[in-house]
Design a protein around this ligand. Structure first.
Ligand code: CA
Length: 387
């Protein structure tokens, strides 16, 4: 079997409302799907992390840089392909967009491998440790509106996410320490005392501000404090973890086994959040997962994007070994964006319907059982939303 074509589909639509996180507001949603075709008619699907114009740059890397390197190769040789591409791109980017681009191709190759074997991805990975996973619904995005309105909105939205049946929720911060603490109080008020919520700063704080916010979040009994400071600041992460009671989470902006080795050796994370569509695909995710567990660091995958990314992560979460294990073990959760996302809800011929599953299954989502990723994108939908 040979790879005959790699096609990159960048899809885009205008969001019904402006949303934001600590770094920017945005009005459009983008997703970047990768399709790998073969001479035997089997097609694999993957996804690259990276919104907006980043997706357009990655599209060029996928089609103009990676495709010529792997045309004619056997799609089952995915580890050979991974290293051929990485070794040739090393001099031009060991992190960031080259790795995001390679991720989409690698995921599609695993989808092909599952379709050839007629087995779901989780079985190729060694089997399912769980047949469903708890889902946390994130929302409480920033909006360009006064903090007083945002506080009321966050309180109501947090209560609504809980009422939808999610196992936990997550909010954004990024207005500055004082207002952010008020927003977190509003979320605690909204969900009540007996429900887990997490806080995502998207690396907007200095270490001293993160200490101040982190202490307040500890008092509110928030479950984790995500990307409090810049991902490059390894010493800062170590300091925060040593001085704060709240779990420190992060890692979505880290890439490949070498970046993750450094990050883990700094001992600055209580919870690791690898992004399979960015760090180098499933092949590299498995190496990063092994590194995380070798450092006794629990993993809750970072999940963003379309139904292809969600399905990929459901398989990875199913196949993740328990750490440390037990009768009632600690479990990873699926990250789920509760804001408007047509690429997740309407892309597939048979939608995953995560929200319906969460409602019917006490906050849990089942693992897809079809071959490969177990999902089939609707080509008419892709054509309609093509950038
Ligand atoms: Ca995040």
């Amino acid at each position: 079997m040979k790879i005959t074509r790699i096609t990159s589909h960048v899809l885009r639509y205008a969001l019904p409302e402006t949303l934001g996180y600590s770094q920017q507001y945005y009005d459009a949603r983008t997703t970047h799907l990768v399709e790998v075709s073969t001479d035997e008619g089997i097609t694999g699907w993957g996804e690259c992390f990276g919104p907006g114009t980043i997706a357009l740059a990655n599209q060029t890397i996928v089609e103009k840089v990676i495709q010529p390197l792997v045309l004619g190769m056997n799609p089952m040789d995915r580890d050979v392909i991974w290293h051929k591409v990485y070794n040739l791109l090393r001099d031009h980017g060991q992190k960031g967009m080259p790795l995001q681009s390679l991720s989409g191709v690698d995921i599609a190759l695993w989808d092909i491998a599952g379709k050839i074997a007629n087995l779901p991805l989780y079985q190729l990975l060694g089997g399912a440790h769980r047949d469903s996973v708890p889902v946390y619904g994130y929302g409480m995005m920033l909006r360009p509106e006064p903090v007083r309105e945002l506080r009321a909105r966050f309180r109501d939205e947090a209560a609504h996410i809980r009422s939808m049946g999610f196992a936990a929720t997550k909010m954004k911060v990024g207005l500055g320490p004082q207002d952010d603490i008020l927003l977190a109080k509003a979320v605690r008020e909204g969900v009540g005392d007996d429900f887990a919520f997490m806080v995502d700063a998207n690396h907007c704080y200095t270490t001293s501000d993160a200490l101040r916010v982190g202490r307040a979040l500890s008092e509110l009994d928030a479950y984790w404090f995500e990307e409090p400071i810049a991902p490059e600041d390894r010493d800062g992460y170590r300091e925060l973890r040593a001085r704060l009671d709240i779990n420190i989470a992060g890692g979505e902006a880290e890439f490949n086994r070498w970046g993750w080795r450094e990050l883990l050796e700094c001992r600055g994370l209580d919870i690791a959040q690898p992004e399979v569509c960015a760090l180098g695909g499933i092949s590299e995710y498995l190496r990063v997962l092994a590194l995380c567990h070798a450092h006794h660091t629990p993993v809750v995958n970072h999940v963003w994007g379309s139904a292809v990314a969600v399905a990929t992560n459901l398989h990875l979460l199913a196949a993740m070994p328990p750490l440390p294990g037990g009768l009632h073990p600690w479990e990873p959760m699926l990250e789920f964006d509760t804001t408007h996302n047509a690429f997740r809800d309407e892309l597939l011929r048979e939608p995953l319907d995560i929200q319906g599953q969460v409602w019917r299954q006490a906050g849990r989502a089942s693992i897809p059982s079809g071959p490969g990723l177990g999902v089939e994108p609707d080509r008419a939908f892709i054509e309609h939303y093509k950038n």
